[in-house]
Design a binder for this molecule. Structure first.
Ligand code: GDP
Ligand code: MN
Length: 428
């Protein structure tokens, strides 16, 4: 689960990571009070679960996808700025009136923040973080994540932090330090000081930076985070270090160990269909970029299904892992979620019955086709418990469905069906 920058900074503050004074505002009255308290010079930042806000744009919802195309095709001409005429999701302002002028468009419910990370729909802005402005001498990058390959935390840091860190990583990878951390040793302040001098921080800031890194490592472990990223942390004009951005990802599997987890969650930033599937308790739904809707059971089969589709030149639009289902109405509900996704041009149902009985799944598929009047081509592959009965149910039902016994054959059918449906649509 991702949380907002303002929430990350509340956590930072509790762990003695230095952050600018400020807070989140959802109304004009709150914004006014924060500017009075922390101004007159403030920075006003859109709170969304996506990065690249500074270079993003705040636009009317119906212009979001055009803006997204502009930003990805011709960034130089369209990127947002922190001051000047083409303001983005991070804005400098001075005084209450100027501050409110920059605040209002962020909180307009018809507006979306579009950045290269939000996708063409943009993100609704949940609140604005209003902070005391910082005078920046230099911007640095710092992050901690779990490195799956080594099974250890990995610290990544660079003296070339800020908005173009991805480009630095591509063009000048030697400017990016990678430090694996032994979780038993942790990352004490003395190691933080070594890192601070490697980054070329001035000697007067080394002690404070070393402590900040160690405290960020504590945030990472104590919060069961999957990611703690500070881009940038800065050396201020006064020679101190300060975390002026903060991104924290929490591991949902550890939610039971933390109070307030539910309060941190912001459903408005999540995919509505994923929430629907979760709340209906149907299984885990994941939205993807392609055009084949997938119903599977089990995470392993989900991965194998995606891989096989891609191997045959297809792209999943989503997948819904329904787990062990032995009720046909739940299959209907699962398919209702799949067909609601307008990207879906063909549906691929790939079920292996271990504890689940595939004949019941087959009955659910038949009910769904009849009840939901499914119009997309349907490919079904069933295997496992009661498979003969399951295949007979499909065959006898008279519904329009293609079947195959082997995963590869079934995937190929699904890819062809989606391609044909997509071609037909583009001709119309
Ligand atoms: P992001 O674009 O979503 O990563 O948002 P950031 O919070 O990282 O802000 C983007 C950029 O705005 C930073 O890299 C800074 O260059 C600039 N910025 C943010 N806050 C301040 C501030 O208080 N003062 C100044 N001068 N620049 C700031
Ligand atoms: Mn940033």
């Amino acid at each position: 689960m991702n949380i907002h920058e303002y929430q990350a900074k509340e956590i930072f503050r509790r762990h003695n990571v230095p952050v600018p004074g400020g807070g989140a505002a959802a109304t004009e009255a709150e914004a006014r009070a924060l500017i009075k308290e922390h101004g007159p010079d403030v920075v006003i930042k859109a709170q969304v679960h996506a990065g690249g806000r500074g270079k993003g744009r705040v636009v009317k919802r119906d212009r979001a996808s055009r803006t997204y195309n502009d930003l990805t095709r011709e960034p130089g001409r369209h990127e947002g700025q922190i001051s000047g005429r083409r303001r983005g999701g991070v804005r400098l302002a001075s005084g209450v009136e100027d501050g409110l002028k920059e605040f209002r468009p962020l909180l307009d419910k018809d507006n979306r923040l579009v950045s290269i990370q939000t996708g063409p729909e943009g993100a609704p802005i949940s609140a604005a973080l209003i902070e005391q402005q910082t005078s920046i001498a230099h911007e640095y990058y710092f992050s901690i994540q779990v490195d799956g390959a080594s099974g250890q935390p990995l610290i990544i840091a660079s003296a070339e932090g800020g908005q173009s860190i991805e480009e630095v990583n591509r063009t000048n990878p030697r400017a990016v330090l990678r430090i694996p951390v032994d979780p038993v040793e942790g990352f004490p302040a003395f190691r933080g000081r070594t890192l601070a001098s490697q980054l070329g921080l001035p000697s007067s800031a080394i002690r404070q930076a070393g402590e900040m890194f160690a405290n960020l490592y504590n945030v990472f472990t104590e919060m069961d985070a999957s990611l703690v990223e500070v881009n940038p942390f800065v050396l201020t004009g006064e020679g101190t270090v300060l975390a002026i951005d903060g991104k924290v990802g929490l591991d949902d599997n550890a939610s039971f160990r933390h109070d307030g987890y539910e309060a941190w969650r912001d459903r408005s930033q999540e995919n509505p269909t994923e929430i629907e599937a979760e709340e209906a308790n149907i299984g885990s739904y994941i939205k993807l970029d392609g055009n084949i809707g997938c119903v599977v059971n089990g995470a392993g089969l989900a991965m194998a299904t995606m891989d096989t589709l891609m191997l045959h030149g297809g792209e999943p639009a989503n997948f819904l892992d329904i787990g062990t289902v032995n009720r046909k109405d739940r299959v209907v509900e699962a398919l209702r979620i799949i067909v609601n996704d307008s990207d879906v041009k063909a549906i691929f149902i790939n079920i292996f019955g271990g504890l689940a009985r595939v004949d019941i799944v087959a009955e659910g598929v038949v009910d769904a086709v009849n009840e939901l009047k499914i119009r997309q081509p349907l490919v079904v592959r069933l295997n496992g418990s009661n498979v003969e009965e399951g295949r007979r149910v499909l065959h006898d039902s008279g519904i329009d469905v293609q079947t195959a016994d082997e995963l590869g054959d079934a995937a190929e059918l699904a890819v062809q069906a989606a391609a044909t449906a997509a071609r037909r649509r583009s001709r119309n």
